[in-house]
Write a protein that binds this ligand. Structure first.
Ligand code: SAM
Length: 237
């Protein structure tokens, strides 16, 4: 494979969601060739770079410094540097910072090249057994303000619904699904690609009672059957 790094170009590089080997040849090549890597957490990205024996200057780019950091990176790009943007896991911009720099790069006429790879929601969807010809990605739901309204609006959503959730809130979110959406098939995908990967499928009440019996740990994707039911390939487990 041959591909020369282009100067003054922003690369959005997808990185693993757990298993360090889930990265494309092209992503490794781009990370080894750019002038600078902008990382959500430089310590997390260093683990990945060390795994592939890559040594590159890094700069932080995370949700709290995004607004000030983006213009600084735009100046570097305008000066001809090539920059790879990575998040802690998965695809930049998917429930992760990237939006500001992408908007500013477009406005400045800077080329942006996607380097595709893992994203937790896609891995979860493909093993869900729920209809995925159409789906809606909601990411993290609002914690307080707007949460009830969001659930009420999802009640009539006919497409399969995908959420991201943390271990601290997974039980509350499953309880809210039961309260606001009623009887649904759900799939909870935990720690995908990692040692304790676990996929739980079934009616909300049984998935909720199975998870409530344990101390929730790790990262979760929750997939909910749409309001039309569809053709789930499972019944209860
Ligand atoms: N950019 C990432 C992506 O492309 O999937 C998402 C980043 S978001 C800040 C982190 C959330 O993604 C976690 O709270 C969890 O909901 C989900 N997630 C990330 N890695 C996961 C994994 N290995 N297994 C299950 N869910 C995961």
């Amino acid at each position: 494979m041959s591909e020369n790094i282009q100067s003054g170009t922003l690369y959005l590089v997808a990185t693993p969601i757990g298993n360090l080997e889930d990265i494309t040849y092209r992503a490794v090549k781009i990370l080894s060739s750019v002038d600078l890597i902008a990382a959500e957490d430089t310590r997390t990205t260093k683990i990945l770079l060390d795994h592939y024996s890559l040594h590159k200057p890094m700069i932080s780019y995370f949700s709290y410094n995004e607004q000030t950091r983006a213009p600084q990176l735009i100046e570097k790009l305008k000066a001809g540097q090539s920059i790879a943007l990575v998040s802690d896991a998965g695809t930049p911009g998917i429930s992760d910072p990237a939006f500001h720099i992408v908007q500013q790069a477009i406005a400045a006429g800077i080329p942006i090249i996607p380097i595709p790879g893992p994203s937790a929601f896609l891995s979860a969807l493909i093993v869900s057994g729920l209809p995925i010809d159409r789906f809606v990605f909601e990411g993290f739901l609002p914690l307080k303000k707007g949460r009830k309204t969001k659930f009420e609006s999802l009640k009539s959503e006919p497409r399969t619904i995908v959420l991201y959730e943390s271990p601290h809130r997974i039980i509350r979110t499953l309880e809210d699904i039961q309260t606001y959406l009623g009887k649904r098939q759900v799939v909870v995908a935990r720690e995908l690609t990692k040692k304790f990967e676990e996929i739980s499928r079934g009616p909300i009440e049984s998935v909720l009672s199975a998870i409530s019996g344990k101390q929730p740990r790790g990262e979760y994707v929750v997939i909910i059957e749409g309001s039309f039911g569809g053709t789930a390939a499972f019944h209860s487990e």
